[in-house]
Design a protein. Structure first.
Length: 79
């Protein structure tokens, strides 16, 4: 019912591992000072946003205690 298949030779894969190209990629262009400054500014803005969100969000994460005294308006005290 089931036929036994012949193994497929994968010699081309082994040859591809040994293949080396003699073409070298072009050298990377160096970044200009304005590009470095812009990337630094964007990075600092992201870090400042994360730090700010932590500073403003920490009080909201603290456990809140219920007030001991019930709050009533002053107008209702004279009644």
């Amino acid at each position: 019912m089931f036929r036994r298949r012949e193994p497929v030779p994968f010699a081309f894969v082994a040859e591809a591992d040994r293949f080396r190209s003699n073409v070298t990629p072009p050298p990377r262009e160096s970044l200009a000072k304005t590009q470095i400054a812009a990337r630094t500014l964007v990075g600092l803005t992201v870090v400042a946003g994360l730090v700010g969100s932590l500073l403003f969000g920490m009080p909201a994460l603290q456990p809140h205690e219920a007030p001991q005294k019930s709050q009533q308006s002053e107008a209702s005290e004279g009644r």
